[in-house]
Design a protein around this ligand. Structure first.
Ligand code: RBZ
Ligand code: NIO
Length: 353
């Protein structure tokens, strides 16, 4: 398939390789969809929301209630992701994975609430139980299975949860071994004093969990022998310790999306932390991932480098919600369109080199 796709790409009326990374994208989407004529069908963006027990300790510049207030904003159509999704004709799915607010039954809001008031504070113990962790992953997977049954073949991921850059930093450090201080950033806009405080709190969160499972490279996950500690299981323990319900739901959704053969459009720092968990469980998920952009949150560039992921865009954004994923969708459409619609040297009668 790869050779056939490459031949089709190289046969188009352009100098070899002249469409640059669009060519790699066309190849990747063709491989995911097992076809020489790939296309993006009914693209969706799944935005999961959840609250974090640690938010009250001061890891964010904003108060916790912004999480539910922004969910209301999503439902009313006024957030950045609503605007950008409309621009690119993507449908939004908003899931309450565990926001500390009672929305009641609401049109347009998927009730995937785990617990009532968000996660527990990881500065005191695990953020969630393993049972809650599995539950949140299953709920994400169920949303994606329903979506795949409707014919959607492309899914972007987004999140909302005050304090979730801190959670993502802890997950990233534990899952990759990247130095904790280097993967902690300003999130919504902490000042220098706030950043120092966040660093101290997160160092403490790591220090009070001395028995955390060690994790090696993705290759070690693929090669691990029966009877050895499974890095996928270790990743679940790390996720339960430091994760948010929204991040956990997204990890489960990503695994199901790859299983369904979808193109996964990865957003910023927090969404990439959910992918790190999923990749420890099933490293082959990375073949299905398009990295939409590089966020300005310190640590995203390092995550991408660790995953060998090349972001399509670098716009200095640091918002989340799936906004980077939305902006990358036109590039996916363009990649499919040139492969499907451009003339070839033979069909157009243009001389080759
Ligand atoms: C009004 C507002 C809208 C947002 N939309 C996404 N985020 C982003 O900021 C949060 C993470 O940053 P931290 O870890 O510093 O709290 C997440 O909710 C993320 O999606 C927002 C944040 C705010 C304040
Ligand atoms: O990279 C992101 O997704 C991000 C960065 C800062 C705040 N919220 C999200």
């Amino acid at each position: 398939m790869a050779a056939a796709l490459k031949a089709k790409i190289d046969g188009k009326t352009k100098p070899l390789g002249a469409l640059g990374r669009l060519e790699n994208l066309a190849l990747q989407i063709g491989l995911i969809q097992h076809t020489l004529a790939p296309c993006i069908v009914q693209p969706h963006i799944l935005v999961a929301a959840g609250d974090h027990g640690a938010a009250k300790a001061g890891v964010s510049a904003y108060p916790q209630e912004v999480t539910w207030q922004m969910v209301e904003n999503f439902l009313a159509g006024g957030a950045a992701i609503n605007v950008l999704a409309r621009q690119v004709n993507a449908q939004l799915l908003i899931a309450d994975a565990g926001v500390a607010h009672d929305f009641g039954p609401r049109a347009g809001l998927i009730d995937a609430k785990i617990g009532a008031g968000g996660t527990a504070n990881y500065l005191a113990g695990p953020a969630m139980s393993l049972a809650q962790c599995m539950d949140a992953m299953q709920r994400g997977a169920a949303i994606v299975r329903d979506l795949a049954a409707t014919g959607c073949n492309t899914l972007g991921f987004g999140e909302m949860g005050i304090g979730n850059t801190a959670s993502a930093s802890l997950l990233t450090h534990c899952l990759t071994g990247l130095p904790l201080a280097e993967v902690i950033g300003r999130g919504t806009g902490l000042d220098d004093a706030g950043l120092t405080h966040k660093r101290a709190l997160l160092a403490q969160a790591i220090a009070i969990w001395p028995q955390r499972p060690a994790l090696g490279s993705l290759a070690e996950r693929s090669n691990h022998e029966d009877g050895e500690a499974d890095p996928g299981v270790a990743a679940l323990h790390i996720l339960a310790r430091f994760g948010g319900f929204e991040i956990t739901l997204l990890s489960g959704a990503m695994l199901a999306a790859a299983k369904a053969g979808m193109v996964l459009v990865i957003d910023g720092f927090i969404v990439t932390s959910a992918l790190l968990v999923a990749a420890k469980i099933a490293p082959e998920i990375l073949d299905y991932c398009v990295f939409s952009h590089c966020s300005n949150e310190a640590g995203h560039r390092l995550q991408l480098a660790w995953l060998n992921g090349e972001p399509l865009l670098d716009l200095g954004m640091r918002l989340g919600e799936g906004t980077g994923a939305a902006l990358a969708l036109p590039l996916l459409n363009a990649a499919c369109a040139f492969l499907n619609e451009m003339a070839s040297f033979d069909s157009a009668g243009v001389s080759r080199a």
